[in-house]
Design a protein around this ligand. Structure first.
Ligand code: COA
Length: 324
């Protein structure tokens, strides 16, 4: 009998501190009107000093495990999508595993920038389908604001911090119907952070290069095109029509990108989960945060068909079609 992964529980972890567009106006040349009209963002959560990606991941993970009724001892694997790990190593997944008391199970990070959660979900789903894991914790967690240049208005207004998590359990009923992952490393310069281990940290220059570099309008165009293609691919792979979908749960980078995908799917915006106005772009955190909010608010019901998608640096992009 075929084995699928089902979402048994979801959770969120957001920092308490909120930075509004009005707050940003105080230290960078921008306006609430500009940010809101170009991106849909009104505010974002920002990690406090000393608060790390693993702190947010732990909060989201505990909430998801509680919702799923799963204990740490039951976890076979932890996969964390993140591009802002606490440390270079050990992975954030290993740090999280120890905090949860799940020592012994497999634990690793996946770095696919803003597509990190979709990539992590796909990896976990494939382990379950292959019969190599039964219960997997999947997290998307980021402290993107740690690598922002707060004087660069092109980027600092866009991002926020946060984490979302799901517990996947093996089941004979679907579950995750399919996942679709893509990347194009040829577009690196359009969205990247140039600092890294083997290229050198340049610690002598204050904040040297530790920042997101982005050509916003180019990223916008590529994102819309790639997401159009991947949602078509997902429906086609499952022999489904646009009208079969109940909810679109998109990556929360920009309301205009979200609206473009919804239009492609002929979906009215009241069937699209939108959190970008409250969270900004939380990279890997954005899709699971939106999913958790929609589940907890009662919007998403068991049995409904969900389309998750994301796009990010790399470029990377992907989707997951889920019978919730
Ligand atoms: N406040 C005020 N003005 C700003 C600004 C800000 N925060 N940021 C940029 N501007 C200015 C620019 O300097 C430019 O001015 P100029 O015409 O005098 O040079 C003007 O606004 C228009 O810039 P442009 O880049 O053409 O705007 P846009 O409509 O493309 O919107 C983004 C910019 C970044 C909001 C948009 O391109 C975007 O969201 N792209 C995708 C980014 C993304 O999602 N990245 C993450 C992917 S995971």
């Amino acid at each position: 009998m075929a084995v699928y992964s089902r979402i048994a529980g979801t959770g969120s972890g957001l920092p308490e501190k909120i930075l509004t567009n009005k707050d940003l106006e105080q230290f960078v040349e921008t306006s609430d009107e500009w940010i809101a009209s170009r991106t849909g963002i009104r505010q974002r959560h920002v990690a406090a000093e000393g608060e790390t990606t693993c702190d947010l991941a732990e909060r989201a993970a505990r909430a998801a495990m509680e919702a799923a009724g799963v204990t740490a001892a039951e976890l076979d694997m932890i996969v964390v999508g993140t591009t802002t790990p606490d440390l270079i190593f050990p992975s954030t997944a290993c740090l999280l595993q120890h905090r949860l008391g799940a020592n012994g199970c497999a634990a690793f990070d996946v770095n696919a920038a803003c597509s990190g959660f979709i990539y992590a979900l796909s990896v976990a789903d494939n382990f379950i389908r292959a019969g190599n894991a039964k219960t997997v914790l999947v997290v998307g967690a980021e402290t993107l604001t740690r690598m922002l240049d707060w004087s660069d208005r092109n980027t600092c207004v866009l991002f926020g911090d946060g984490a979302g998590a799901v517990v996947l359990k093996a089941d004979t009923e679907a579950g995750i119907l399919s996942t679709h992952l893509h990347a194009d490393g040829g577009k690196k310069e359009l969205l990247y952070n140039p600092v890294g281990v083997s290229v050198g940290f340049k610690p002598e220059e204050k904040n040297a290069g530790v920042r997101v570099l982005m050509t916003g309008n180019e990223v916008f165009k590529h994102a819309v095109k790639a997401l159009d293609a991947v949602v078509d691919e997902t429906l086609e792979a499952n022999g489904l029509q646009k009208s079969d979908l109940d909810w679109l749960i998109p990556h929360q980078a920009n309301l205009r990108i979200i609206e473009a995908t919804a239009k492609r799917l002929d979906m009215p915006m009241d069937r699209v989960i939108v959190t970008v106005h409250k969270h900004g772009n939380t990279s890997s955190g954005s899709v699971p945060l939106a999913l958790d909010e929609a589940v907890r608010s009662g919007k998403i019901q068991r049995g409904q068909l969900l389309l998750l998608e994301a796009f990010g640096g790399g470029f990377t992009w992907g989707s997951a079609l889920i019978r919730y």
